[in-house]
Design a binder for this molecule. Structure first.
Ligand code: ZN
Length: 277
């Protein structure tokens, strides 16, 4: 499942290739996504120029001229790729290619989502403050709003596991299973610890390593997933730099102890029993 680094990597790639282009048409596939795409979507966006591509949590926001925004969430398996060539009916897979936008340089943006948990909707700039999808999302982990005083206040008295706390989108935006595991390894904190029992010095380390881990992942184009590919169709390179995630029974890179996998909040959680207390 794409997390913040994957969406941010995609945002940077699309910013370089698609900003400044004008949308000349759209095609909508047959199967519905988590939320049905409105039938006049194509007519509503045709002729609008992509002015900026931004991100909030795991949502990509394609900002168009005329104060319209295409809000996209990749769900579990979605991808958004920028491909050469305009519309070609033979290539459009109505089963999986849910949405295509033709651009004025004879290229197209293709939104593809085999598992259909994703979402694409057109909103106005005024909607940003009120729509349900973005309401209640916590601070961006790369911003100053995510700091040790804030996280310590959020953790105080909580019985929930620290890993679940930092995966809670209301606490901090965009951190999922992979990066929560990695951040806690670097901070030396076991994922199963009760959030309220994590010491202030450890909270400081979690807050210190959160942006470090996320920035390193963004720099590598994210992590490889079963279905995730970046906008140029390449798998992310960060999988080679994962310290614990997906490494059950393999030796810890720091101390050699086999990495353990425990279920926390119904999610596989990897940690080193020696490095993480
Ligand atoms: Zn270790």
């Amino acid at each position: 499942m794409p997390e913040l680094p994957e969406v941010e990597s995609l945002r940077r790639i699309l910013t370089r290739s698609a900003v400044g282009r004008t949308i000349v048409g759209a095609r909508i596939g047959k199967l519905p996504l988590r939320r049905r795409v409105v039938p006049d979507f194509g007519a509503l966006i045709a002729g609008r120029t992509i002015e900026r591509i931004s991100r909030r949590a795991k949502y990509l926001m394609i900002e168009l001229s005329g104060d319209s925004i295409i809000l996209a969430h990749l769900g579990m398996s979605g991808s958004l790729t920028h491909r050469h060539g305009g519309f070609d009916a033979r290539e459009f897979d109505v089963k999986h290619d849910h949405l295509e936008f033709a651009l004025d340089d004879a290229s197209r943006l293709v939104y593809n989502d085999p598992r259909r948990f994703g979402m694409v909707r057109l909103i106005s700039r005024d909607d940003l403050a009120v729509i349900a999808e973005l309401k209640g999302i916590g601070p961006e982990p790369l911003s100053r709003d995510f700091n040790a005083d804030y996280l310590a206040a959020q953790a105080r008295g909580k019985k929930v596991a620290i890993k679940n706390l930092i995966m809670d989108q209301r606490i901090v935006a965009g951190v999922g299973n992979i990066y929560a595991s990695e951040i806690l390894f670097h901070a030396g904190v076991r994922p199963t610890r009760r959030a309220g029992r994590v010491k202030r010095a450890e909270i400081d380390l979690i807050v210190e390593f959160t942006p470090k881990v996320l920035r390193a992942a963004i720099g590598s184009g994210g992590t490889t997933f079963r279905s995730y590919r970046d906008s140029r169709g390449r798998p992310g390179a960060f999988s080679k730099r994962l310290m614990v995630y997906g490494r059950e029974d393999e030796p810890c890179y720091v101390c050699g102890t086999p990495i353990r996998n425990v279920v926390v909040g119904q999610r596989a959680s990897f940690y080193c029993p020696k490095c993480q207390r």
